[in-house]
Design a protein around this ligand. Structure first.
Ligand SMILES: N[C@@H](CCC(=O)N[C@@H](CS)C(=O)NCC(=O)O)C(=O)O
Length: 380
């Protein structure tokens, strides 16, 4: 092959990789890769290429808070295949922990938690939706990573769910909760494209010295179908995602097991906005902090009116829009966080409603004062 042809061929390969990197693949085809020869980079989390993230400031014009207020609705990107975090109920309405974070921002900014236009996004679609401006906020079990921050132009809100990656396999195949990654030697492990998950499992299997085949699909429903049909020996994703899908899809209790006990990665999940709009980011960030502070202060959807009428301390008074409130200076209504707590509840209420019912425990997601990692700056 002459040099020109070789360069042309390399250029074609680069384009194919870039298309996958940008998360726009869109096909459901199997893309098996083996750990020994390839790190799964063909469909990574988009960290490797410019997907237009650098333009995000210009697209939002740094004015999204005013824009959302003028529009009267919040455009929020969510998951629809992850019960507990983001899915549709029988009536077709979006529900879940991540969905409630959108509702909280709508309550803060617009005074109405129902003023949300939801867009269901796959993992591979989510960052493009944010950088193109088609959503104002992404709330879809998204891990905060350096490349998403730096290369994809995402500004992450405070972590709302500290998670870690695990694996789920069949007990009939000899796996149990004490299994480790080396027990997966020779296995076909499946996950969805455009996630942190692909890279983590590849690196962890390499470290465990075990060869395996990684197969990715765009949609997690298809991952699950292939696991159920036996085409995949195991599936891997965030521990919370495995528990969620185990609760809805396991044929009989005990058929599927989740391991290893200590997750193979850190997956700090939380909302994100397009970078370059500090005012909008502040509005989203402080809505998350308000949910946490409300739990710290014991303010709930049930007692928020009493708390407003008789604030037990200055922080409660300020947070709910009383004397010396700090919301107006941020461009929010003074009663922004009163509306959040009244209409959506505090962090603990949201967790209980959507996640405790799945059997998820607070663990790392307890308040700092209860030994967890949730810690908000003071509302003063
Ligand atoms: N937190 C990881 C994984 C996110 C992810 O996509 N997880 C899967 C499994 S929990 C999922 O949400 N699947 C649903 C879908 O792709 O529609 C990330 O941000 O990359």
């Amino acid at each position: 092959m002459n040099l020109k042809k070789l360069i042309a061929l390399l250029a074609v390969f680069a384009l194919i990789l870039a298309a996958c990197d940008a998360g726009g693949g869109g096909d459901d085809e199997t893309t098996p890769t083996t750990a020994a020869t390839d790190d799964g980079g063909g469909t990574d989390d988009g960290g490797g290429t410019d997907d237009g993230g650098g333009d995000t400031g210009a697209q939002t014009g740094g004015n999204l808070l005013e824009e959302v207020i003028a529009r009267g609705t919040l455009n929020c990107g969510v998951n629809e295949t992850l019960p507990g975090f983001g899915s549709k109920d029988e009536a077709g309405a979006f529900v879940g922990f991540d969905v409630d974070l959108c509702r909280a921002v709508a309550a803060a900014v617009l005074g109405d938690s129902e003023a949300v236009e939801y867009t269901a996004l796959t993992a591979a679609q989510r960052f493009e939706a944010l950088s193109s401006g088609s959503i104002d906020m992404l709330s879809r079990n998204t891990t905060w990573t350096q490349s998403r921050d730096g290369e994809l132009g995402v500004d992450f809100a405070p972590t709302t769910y500290y998670d870690g990656q695990q694996v789920m396999a069949r007990s009939a195949d000899g796996f149990d909760s004490g299994s480790g990654l080396s027990d997966l030697a020779g296995a076909v492990v499946c996950t969805n494209a455009g996630t942190t998950t692909e890279k983590n499992i590849t690196e962890a299997m390499q470290a465990a010295g075990a060869d395996f085949t990684l197969t990715t699909f765009e949609d997690f429903n298809i991952v699950l179908e292939n696991f159920k049909s036996g085409a995949c020996d195991a599936v891997t994703t965030d521990g919370s995602g495995l528990i969620s899908r185990k609760s809805t899809d396991e044929p009989a209790p005990g058929d599927w097991v989740i391991f290893p006990a200590v997750p193979i990665s850190k997956e700090p999940l939380g909302p994100g906005v397009a970078q370059g709009d500090a005012k909008w980011a502040d509005a989203v960030n402080w809505t998350m902090y308000a949910l946490i502070i409300a739990e710290e202060q014991g303010i709930t959807s049930a007692n928020v009116d009493d708390m407003l009428a008789n604030p037990p301390n200055g922080e409660v008074q300020r947070l709910l829009g009383g004397e010396e409130e700090k919301q107006t200076a941020m461009g929010l209504p003074a009663d922004a966080f009163y509306n959040v707590i009244k209409q959506v509840g505090n962090y603990g209420e949201i967790f209980d409603t959507h996640l405790s019912v799945l059997g998820l425990e607070r663990g790392l997601n307890a308040l700092w004062s209860d030994g967890g990692l949730l810690y908000a700056p003071p509302a003063r």
